[in-house]
Design a protein around this ligand. Structure first.
Ligand code: PLP
Ligand code: COI
Length: 351
């Protein structure tokens, strides 16, 4: 069954103010957003309306107890003008996984998918056509219900807004392997896309930025000996011709790009190992010359090669390769996303 959606169109589009040839990441917003309230135990009719600030009670639990989760997805245009999403049901499933952990009500598939498709229809002109740009989609759900009692709220909001976006990283990516702080712990919320996971990263990331790095590579909270993931992406490490990535866990986000990379790499006959990888193994490989590549994988970051990393006060540079795995895999995945190649996996969803 298709969900009903109320549509209120803007009187004046802002699209003429946007320079589509120089798009930043996630800081210019399309004309409309979708809003849907959970009240009296039920999701209400979603409304697509002009993008605008929202009004919340100061006692709303989102402000006090951080009951808030989000997703990140992208819409692409092909040369014919068709609109495509990439594995959108995976985002819907993960949003509900995060929701369960944060005691936020489950969002039904029809509200999420029909609402998103309608929003993309309404703001179709906002989907960039330039290579390397896309419409970044940010669905999020949070506690709008009030009370200082530290318990789940009784009302929630789902909002989906979109931002035509260029690359997430402006230049070379240098990362710092973390030795002291942790992003997540066993039994915690690291696997969820909870807003608080990102807030908790800001301080250690700021310290890393002050030292000249862009992101932190998190290590396990217990020993700080094993590589987990980066601030906004999963991490792949190539030693000789083997591509290694950590298994997902309570502490690591189960990235949709990550699982797509694993599948594509295997089909390209690249040797892939999903296993724990220690910092000492990476340092030993860097010292012996067998460390060939490191890259991050995520919706916003796509495939971002890591130029170098720091650990215990020493900087290590990654070699410059002629045909890195990162390039081959990035091309394979973006060609599927943008309808430049066949999609043997059924990941592309035409709107
Ligand atoms: N890890 C973290 C912490 C992230 O924020 C993201 C981004 O969503 C990812 C990994 C990559 O996940 P995905 O590929 O599903 O975007
Ligand atoms: C994404 O890749 O979509 C994310 O959610 C990462 C975000 C922190 C920019």
């Amino acid at each position: 069954m298709k969900s009903n959606i109320t549509i209120q169109l803007t009187e004046k589009s802002k699209i003429d103010t946007v320079d589509f040839d120089n798009l930043p990441f996630g800081s210019v917003y399309s004309d409309h957003m979708l809003e849907c309230d959970f009240i009296n135990g039920e999701w209400q009719t979603p409304v697509i309306k002009p993008y605008a600030p929202i009004s919340l009670d100061p006692a709303a639990k989102i402000f006090h107890y951080g009951q808030s989760i989000f997703e990140g997805m992208k819409a692409y245009k092909d040369t014919e003008g068709n609109t495509m999403l990439f594995r959108p049901l995976e985002n819907w499933k993960r949003l509900n996984k995060s929701a369960e952990r944060l005691v936020i009500p489950q969002i039904p598939e029809d509200i999420f998918m029909d609402g998103l498709k309608k929003l993309l229809e309404v703001d179709n002109n906002w989907i960039p056509k330039n290579e390397g740009s896309s419409l970044y989609i940010r669905p999020f759900m949070f506690a709008s219900g009030i009370g200082f009692h530290a318990s789940p709220a009784d009302t929630y909001k789902l909002i989906i807004c979109t931002a035509p976006s260029g690359a997430y990283f402006a230049g070379k990516v240098k990362v710092l392997i973390e030795e002291k702080y942790a992003r997540a712990a066993n039994g915690g919320v690291g696997f969820a896309k909870a807003g608080g996971n990102y807030a908790a990263q800001f301080y250690p990331t700021q310290l890393a930025i002050e030292k000249g790095y862009n992101q932190v590579i998190w290590t396990d909270d217990n020993s700080h000996e094993y590589i987990e993931e980066a601030g906004a992406m999963n991490v792949f490490i190539r030693i000789n011709d083997t591509l290694i990535t950590s298994p997902t866990s309570d502490r690591i986000l189960d990235g949709i790009t990550r699982k797509s990379v694993i599948q594509i790499a295997k089909d390209l006959k690249i040797d892939v190992e999903v296993r724990k990888i220690s910092v000492s193994e990476v340092i030993a490989a860097a010292q012996s010359g067998s460390l060939k590549e490191m890259f991050g994988a995520g919706t916003a970051a796509v495939i971002s090669p890591i130029a170098g990393f720091g650990y215990q006060g020493t900087d290590y540079d990654l070699p410059k390769l002629e045909t890195p795995f990162a390039n081959t895999i990035k091309k394979a995945i973006t060609d599927i996303q943008t309808n430049k190649s066949k999609d043997p996996y059924g990941w592309r969803v035409m709107i």
